[in-house]
Design a protein around this ligand. Structure first.
Ligand SMILES: [Fe+2]
Ligand SMILES: [Fe+2]
Length: 162
C-alpha cells in the first residue's frame, strides 16, 4: 500500500487549492485506513472521497474557464477521466442489486490515487496555480486584476504539455 500524507508541496501557493488538496489527502487516507476493514466502511470512505473530488475538480475547471483555458484542455480532460474511474469503482462496489459487488477496482484505485495525485498536483495543478497568480485571479469574485491572454489556452500549461 502506498501511503500519501499531506505536505506543503501539494498546496501550491494557492490557499483555496491548498485547503482542497489537504482535504483530498485526508479523505484518501481515510479510505486507505478502511482497506483492511469491512466493505461497507471502505465504500463509505471512498464515496466521500469521490463526492469531494466532484467539487475539487469542478472548482479548478471553473477557474480555468474564468481565466482563458479552452474547455477541452488536457487538465480538464484528466479530471473527467479520473472522476469517471472513481465513480465506476463506487458503482462496481455497490453492485447492481445493492447487495455488494466487486470491490477489486476500488481497492486498486485507493493505491493508484495515492500515486497519481502528487503527480497531478505538481504538474497540472501547479501550472494552474501559477497561471492564476500571474493574472492576480481572485477566487472569491472570479475576477482577474490583469488582462486575460488573447488566445484560449489549449494545454494545461505544464512543462511537459505541448
Ligand atoms: Fe487539484
Ligand atoms: Fe487538477
Amino acid at each position: 500500500m502506498t501511503a500519501l500524507t499531506w505536505n506543503e508541496t501539494l498546496a501550491l501557493n494557492n490557499a483555496q487549492m491548498g485547503r482542497t488538496h489537504e482535504e483530498f489527502v485526508g479523505l484518501l487516507a481515510a479510505a486507505a485506513a478502511a482497506l483492511p476493514g469491512p466493505d461497507a466502511a471502505l465504500l463509505q470512505a471512498f464515496d466521500l472521497l469521490t463526492l469531494h473530488t466532484v467539487e475539487h475538480f469542478a472548482q479548478e475547471d471553473r477557474w480555468m474557464a474564468a481565466t482563458g483555458f479552452a474547455p477541452a484542455n488536457c487538465h480538464a480532460y484528466q479530471h473527467q477521466a479520473v472522476l469517471a474511474v472513481m465513480q465506476e469503482c463506487v458503482n462496481r462496489a455497490r453492485g447492481a442489486d445493492g447487495q455488494g459487488g466487486d470491490f477489486e477496482p476500488l481497492r486498486l484505485a485507493v493505491d493508484e490515487l495515492a500515486l497519481w495525485f502528487p503527480q497531478h498536483a505538481q504538474s497540472m495543478d501547479a501550472a494552474l496555480a501559477q497561471h492564476l497568480a500571474s493574472l492576480q485571479f481572485d477566487p472569491a469574485t472570479g475576477e482577474c486584476a490583469r488582462a486575460l491572454p488573447a488566445e484560449a489556452q489549449a494545454g494545461c500549461g505544464g512543462s511537459s504539455c505541448s
